[in-house]
Each structure stands twice: as C-alpha cells, then as structure tokens.
Design a protein around this ligand. Structure first.
Ligand code: PMP
Ligand code: GLN
Length: 385
C-alpha cells in the first residue's frame, strides 16, 4: 500500500508562472523588478479612499452574480464613450475577479473536448492551460519577429473543421504589438466564414501609443456578435492586486459565461466594485490621461536605453518594452534574465517561456510601469552593459 495517492497531473508540463519566479528572484537578490507587470506606484488616492469607505461601511457581503448594477452601468457608459458600443448592462456585462478568471470562464463556456483553439506565440501564459483543462486542443501559431503581427494566411491554413475559437490579445503582452483595422477585418472574415468564437483579451486597452487607436472588438458590430471582450481594472487603475475585471459579450454568450463563472468564482469582490463605480463616475478623465502617462514612461525608459547595446523598436502598446540583447550576450534568454537579475540587478522576463517551440530569438521583456526614478536607475545600469 502506498501512503500517497497517485496523481495523474492535468498540467504535467506546467511549473510556477514565470511572473512569480522572476518577482521572487528579484526580491531575493534585491534587483530592480522590471519583470512582472505591476506598478511601483499606487492607484489614485480618491479610488483607494472609496474602497476604505465601502469596506468600512458594510459593503462586504456577496455582490450580485453579474456584478453590482452601478459598476456595470459605468462600464456601459465607458464602452459607449470609447468604442461607440451600445451594450446592455444586465445581459452583456459580467464583472469578474480579474481578467484571468473571465478568460478561463469564456474558454470553458465554448470549448468542448477535442475543439481546437487558435492562439499566437509568444502567448500570454493562461490561455493554453485553460483550453487544455476544457479538453480542447491549443493550436499555437507564431507571430513573426520583429513586428509580431498576425500572419492571417497562416491562420487560414491552420483552420480545420474542429476549430472552435481564436484568442487574440491587443495590445499584446509580451511584444507590445497592436492589431490594426485591417487585422480586425481579416479576423471578422475568418470568424464569420468558419463560425468561430473570438476571445479578445484587451486588458491593455488604454495603453496604446503614438496616437494609434485601440481596435477593440466592441468597435466592430459584426465581430462583437461572436466575441468575449475581456478587460481588467488592475492595469487601468494601477491596482493589479484588486483582481477585478469584466467581460462584455452578447446575451447568449454572456449566459454561457455566467453558467461557468457562477461555479468558478461566483462573484467578484463587493467593496472593490463599489469603489470602482464611484471613481469611474467621478473621474472619467483618468482613462483619457493613461496613454500619455505611459507613453512618457516608455519614452523616458527608451531614451535612457538608446545609447545601450540593447536593440528595440518602441512598444506600440502595453507597459512592456521588448529588447533584443543579441549584441550583449549569446546565451539563452532564461540564462540572461538570471544573470540580469542576480548579478546586474535588474529583473526581466524571458520571451521563450511564451512559446510552444521557442524560436531561439534573443529577446527579454522589461516593464516600464514604474516610478521615473526606478526607470532611470534601471536604465543607467542596463546602459552600462
Ligand atoms: N491578460 C493579459 C495579456 C495580461 O497581461 C494580464 C495581466 N497581467 C491578464 C490577462 C490578467 O489580468 P488580471 O490580473 O485582471 O487577471
Ligand atoms: N500580466 C502580468 C505580466 O505579464 C503578470 C500577471 C501575473 O503574474 N499573472 O507581467
């Protein structure tokens, strides 16, 4: 008799996420942490005060399954103002404990065993496991460097009768690329022709630079009809630890999403929802200021790196900057981030972990959602390599 049960892991190849590993390494070696994407500054004071208020005044029990009405109403206003989309607060908006949970629920809502789901490497780490846990088959296509745009001819070739869904992410983590209106047209044509669902991860919707426009699926009526559009308050209000996001989808898709969501998390955090609703109503301009806020940070960091041996083109979106370290080292990126973190004192994320078959490129990702002083210190160190 064995005294331990036999475990047949559902995700045998999956270790601890790279974000956790690198943040821990940064902490252990007191490196400046430009790895995991979270700010070293706080959310707006007025927002934090609203949370204190609601947590201190009895708003601490379960919220409604879909989210509190006041927050869903603010979300409706916001997507009308930004994307011209008219969505129904009751039937199309679901507040979730983070975008990650929304992605998981969207996948589980529509993916059946054996269904194929197209995704693009370098791919955000939660998509593939979510699909596999649903019994689906992830189909990994590659975004060709250095532009990291979608090769639509490759998508068309990858389609089979089992293809059920396609997961897109714009602005894109980790490369910083963004989808264009032409990309959306291609996506719409393919999704309609092959009757696919689209899961559109738009958590960096407001972090789009150089006067580009965020091509939300919500702007495009035909695409919207078959899409789950997923957002995160964490990025937008500098509160990643609040783990609150939302999904907008047509009523039939929302019903399926909620069927799953009610048994995964059931609801999102009550006082956080009240705080966000108040702040969104009081301060809509926060969202208008975000692109410039992050564009300045990107430019400050990149200007300081310009004289270094890292090569890069400025990120088009997100708070990440991809850099090619090929002129500095021939080593693999996992080794390079260990060296950067432990010996040089600046932590980064390696790119290879976001690929099913790493192409052997020489990229690492730095995040620039940091105080200017933090960015300056990091860039000064990196500039000397
Ligand atoms: N998608 C992408 C592309 C992300 O970068 C992140 C977050 N860090 C998420 C989803 C998850 O967001 P949340 O923290 O709201 O779950
Ligand atoms: N999305 C964040 C990043 O890319 C990290 C989120 C997480 O740790 N799961 O850095």
């Amino acid at each position: 008799m064995k005294d331990e049960p036999h475990i047949n892991s559902k995700l045998p190849d999956v270790g601890t996420t790279i974000f956790t590993v690198m943040s821990q390494m940064a902490h252990d070696h007191q490196a400046i942490n430009l790895s995991q994407g979270y700010p070293d500054y706080d959310g707006p004071r007025a927002l934090l005060e609203r949370l204190q208020f609601y947590a201190g005044n009895g708003h601490n029990q379960y919220a409604p399954l879909a989210g509190i009405p006041a927050l869903r109403e603010q979300i409706v206003r916001k997507v009308e103002r930004h994307y011209g989309a008219l969505v129904d607060a009751n039937e199309e908006v679901t507040v979730t404990p983070g975008a990650t949970e929304a992605i998981f629920c969207a996948v589980h809502a529509v993916v059946h065993p054996g269904d194929e789901v197209i995704m693009f490497d370098p791919v955000y780490d939660c998509y593939d496991p979510a699909v596999r846990l649903a019994g689906g088959v992830p189909v990994h296509l590659v975004l060709p460097a250095p532009g990291f745009g979608i090769d639509w001819a490759a998508v068309r070739q990858a389609l089979t009768p089992r293809t059920r869904a396609i997961i897109v992410n714009t602005p894109h983590n980790p490369t910083g690329s963004v989808l264009s209106a032409e990309d959306i047209a291609a996506l719409t044509e393919i999704a309609e022709r092959h009757d696919l669902f689209v899961i559109s991860d738009e958590v960096y919707e407001h972090l789009v630079f150089d006067r580009r426009r965020h091509e939300s699926v919500l702007r495009h009526e035909r695409l919207r009809r078959r899409s789950f559009a997923i957002f995160s308050f964490g990025k937008t209000y500098h509160v990643t630890g609040w783990k609150t996001g939302y999904c907008i989808a047509p009523p039939a898709l929302t019903r399926e999403l909620r069927r799953v969501h009610q048994f995964v998390a059931f609801v999102a955090f009550t006082p956080v929802q009240y705080a966000l609703a108040d702040f969104m109503a009081a301060c809509p301009e926060h969202l208008d200021e975000l692109p410039a806020f992050y564009e300045r940070k990107r430019d400050r960091f990149n200007a300081a790196l310009a004289g270094s041996r890292f090569r890069f083109s400025p990120s088009a979106g997100t708070f990440f900057q991809l850099v090619d370290y090929g002129a500095i080292s021939d080593a693999e990126d996992l080794e390079v981030v260990r060296w950067l973190t432990q010996e040089i004192g600046v932590a980064a994320i390696p790119m290879s972990v976001f690929y099913k078959s790493p192409p052997g490129d020489r990229y690492v990702r730095f995040c620039f959602c940091k105080e200017d002083a933090t960015l300056d210190r990091a860039a000064a160190i990196l500039g000397g390599l």
